[in-house]
Design a protein around this ligand. Sequence first.
Ligand code: NAP
Length: 253
Amino acid sequence: MILDSFNLSGKVAIVTGSNTGLGQGICLGLAEAGAKVAGVYRNTPGDTEKMITADGGEYLGIKADLVSIEPVQRIIDETIKKFGRVDILVNNAGIIRREDSINFTEKDWDDVLNTNLKTVFFLSQAAAKQFMKQGDGGKIINIASMLSFQGGIRVPSYTSSKSGIMGLTRLLACEWAKDNINVNAIAPGYMDTNNTEALRNDPKRSAEILGRIPADRWGIPEDVAGPAVFLASSAADYVNGYTLAVDGGWLAR
Ligand code: NAP
């Protein structure tokens, strides 16, 4: 039955940025599809655990600051200690800093590139080593952006990191496909989360953005859950290195 290939029962997923926004939506989607979820949060764990366990799912919260790669191996080790294996990694945690490029600081460059790109690479490397040790493949899903495809304005480190994510997704897919590891990305459009609060609070920018979205609404975390379940599942076994836009038609315009 085709729907069985979307079932994640018995799988273990690590999702970064699990406490809020798109990461929380992805955690809930993967758990509903049957996966046990290890959610990485930075400050407060949020209510993701409560929401998953209320539905009968299993969840482990792992506190880690992903601005450096120091916690990378601990995240894998804590997940294995609790759930015995790792099958899926969703690199969702990310930050954005807004400032004219002419005034942009080194800190706003480094913080964003370290969190959004460097840690994504080294966490993917650690997960892939574990997948290879287990011997039956795995799935990595990176969260890209419209700014993987477009330039944007006033977000030079973010655009660089998310453009880098699309390239890195392709490269890792090419290197690891032979090990049955699928590396793909989801590029969300304009979604109603903390990440876009400044845009939504600016009436002019907010109206401009909404006016360009064919679906005529901002996205919500639930919109990325289905695509994440697909890319995490064996239904996507022959999908490698692709960045799937989930954008209400923004890029099609
Ligand atoms: P969000 O609500 O701000 O969520 C970002 C998540 O990343 C939070 O859980 C945050 O934890 C976590 N995070 C940030 N820095 C971290 C660090 N140093 N260590 C550990 N965790 C850290 O925004 P979101 O929209 O859901 O963002 C999720 C992903 O989607 C990001 O990669 C973002 O770039 C991407 N994205 C969003 C949109 C959009 O329109 N919203 C569009 C395209 C792509 P805290 O809550 O503790 O800060």
